[in-house]
Design a protein. Structure first.
Length: 249
């Protein structure tokens, strides 16, 4: 019975995580601690969470395609840029002071929130940045690939900031590319975690079922309600995550 309750908790957490991840980002800040709370060590929790991330983004990509939002050629190019960093990030063993890391990440989250809040006006400045410095997308995607392969938490926020500002897309299309990119680079990252036996399959598949369902409906709501609802969810998610990381509560 205790095992059944754990699986039920994981499914519910997956629902919320999948919805938040697709609509904004940072859902792994909920699923990873839950896996650790249920007795998994950090490496095993990190690997197990990748199963949910992988399946979640398959569901999201399919849901966007069903809603007639798909630009696979562009998504694939961006994914290819992120792939080397993701592979390296999943393989490297780097230790950093946890408190320092959380504070840095909290500041990054606030910076991302500011870039989303500030009105873009006629997009002239953003277009100028993308047109005069098109090369910026290359190091940006390699860097975000490394971060996603290594840790994953909050990578959605970073991807949104990069795609929103460098590609000058609306938030619906930004999320469309985001879920494809994360799906693509998660393939080798998950493979590395499986190879090193850092996956608990039962937990991962139940969490993935919840993630997939949450992701599917998140896309439907995002497309139906438009950029406004994405912006609201994004602000709430980033505010909560940044506050937690900076020790506000």
């Amino acid at each position: 019975m205790e095992e059944l309750l754990k699986l039920l908790l994981l499914f519910v957490v997956g629902l919320v995580t999948g919805f938040i991840n697709v609509m904004a980002g940072g859902g792994s800040a909920l699923s990873l601690p839950t896996l650790i709370f249920l007795g998994l060590d950090s490496s095993l929790a990190n690997g197990t969470n990748r199963i949910a991330i992988f399946i979640q983004n398959i569901a999201a990509v399919m849901s966007f395609k069903q809603e007639k939002f798909s630009e696979f050629k562009t998504s694939l190019k961006l994914s290819a840029l992120a792939l080397p960093g993701a592979i390296f990030g999943a393989m490297v063993a780097v230790r950093i002071d946890n408190d320092l890391f959380q504070k840095i990440l909290g500041i990054v989250m606030i910076g991302i929130m500011i870039t989303i809040i500030v009105p873009k006006g006629n997009n002239n400045k953003t277009k100028a940045l993308a047109e005069t410095h098109p090369w910026l997308i290359y190091p940006a995607m390699i860097g975000v690939g490394f971060y996603g392969g290594f840790l994953q938490i909050g990578v959605g926020f970073i991807l949104i900031a990069i795609l929103y500002n460098l590609l000058s897309n609306d938030l619906i299309r930004v999320n469309m590319h985001k879920v494809f990119i994360i799906f693509f680079y998660t393939i080798p990252a998950l493979g590395i975690f499986i190879f090193t036996k850092n996956v608990k399959w039962q937990f991962g598949l139940v969490l993935a079922a919840g993630n997939a369902l949450g992701a599917w409906w998140s896309v439907k709501i995002a497309v139906k309600k438009g950029e406004k609802v994405i912006r609201i969810v994004l602000m709430i998610a980033i505010s909560i995550m940044a506050s937690k990381l900076l020790g506000v509560f």
